[in-house]
Design a protein around this ligand. Structure first.
Ligand SMILES: [Zn+2]
Ligand SMILES: [Zn+2]
Length: 266
């Protein structure tokens, strides 16, 4: 099965408009995908209410309508990408009261409400920042509420600057903690293709991390393009499949009604 379990529509504030759920599904059919998860943003914050979605209720309604409308042509999973579900009890309430197939858990903002994308890495202590990143990831994993652990390589994509090339190689003890919690809590570790568009020019996480996850007993992976435009659905899927196979995975975990099922990689 060809899957893409992480993508955004016009409801996500950082995605291209117009880009309805139905537009997105048509693009996915055109790209030859069999199972997709539409996972718009819904981020929680420490100092303000949740946002990053133009209208989360309408968003989920549109995804469910597209799921029905295209049944038989492609399987559409109703999803959401929850940011920082551990910082606001309202996140738990939201998840309790909405019917979803899959929930992606993401760490976007830290240590305060500033996105990892927007920090000034030229002036801050990058080593201390990465340690607090792993601390926050562990807090998010311990809190739970989600099915897929998203893009753990996000800082690597955005921290590069003059004289500093970010790497997790010096932090494998911290990575092991994150992977251990991922395995023990049953999350699927996400292979995310967004790195293809940046300086890394490759899908994440770095392959040695995927090897380590497998060696530690990890069995669940997810795959997502993190597409924010109609022309990027399915992006990096073949790279993700190649990396997954090289690390010993022959299936991907698909969550339906929040329950995991293994689907053959293809
Ligand atoms: Zn994200
Ligand atoms: Zn995303």
């Amino acid at each position: 099965m060809r899957v893409d379990l992480h993508m955004h529509t016009e409801y996500s504030v950082d995605a291209a408009q117009p880009q309805s759920a139905a537009d997105k599904v048509r693009a996915c059919i055109g790209a030859g995908l069999d199972i997709i998860g539409i996972t718009d943003h819904w981020d929680y914050f420490r100092t303000r209410g949740p946002s990053e979605n133009r209208d989360v209720e309408a968003c989920l309604r549109d995804i469910r309508a597209a799921k029905q409308a295209f049944a038989g042509e492609i399987e559409v999973l109703t999803g959401i990408e929850i940011g920082e579900p551990y910082v606001d009890p309202a996140a738990d309430e939201f998840l309790r009261t909405h019917e979803l197939d899959m929930v992606i858990g993401s760490l976007h903002v830290m240590p305060d409400d500033i996105d990892i994308y927007f920090h000034d890495y030229e002036t801050l202590d990058c080593d201390a920042f990465l340690h607090s990143y792993f601390d926050e990831l562990l807090k998010m994993e311990a809190h739970g509420g989600f099915d897929v652990l998203a893009h753990i390589d996000y800082p690597l994509r955005v921290m590069k600057h003059e004289g500093y090339v970010p790497s997790f190689d010096q932090y494998m003890d911290r990575i092991e903690q994150v992977l251990r919690a991922c395995i023990d809590r049953g999350y699927a570790l996400e292979l995310n293709a967004a790195g293809l568009g940046g300086w890394m020019k490759q899908v994440g996480p770095p392959q040695n991390i995927l090897y380590e996850y497998r060696r530690m007993g990890g069995e669940r992976i997810s795959i997502g393009s993190d597409s924010h435009t109609l022309d990027t659905v399915g992006r990096g899927l073949d790279d993700c499949i190649r990396n997954a196979r090289a690390a010993g995975f022959d299936s991907v975990t698909v969550f339906r009604n929040r329950r995991p099922e293994q689907v053959a990689l293809g």
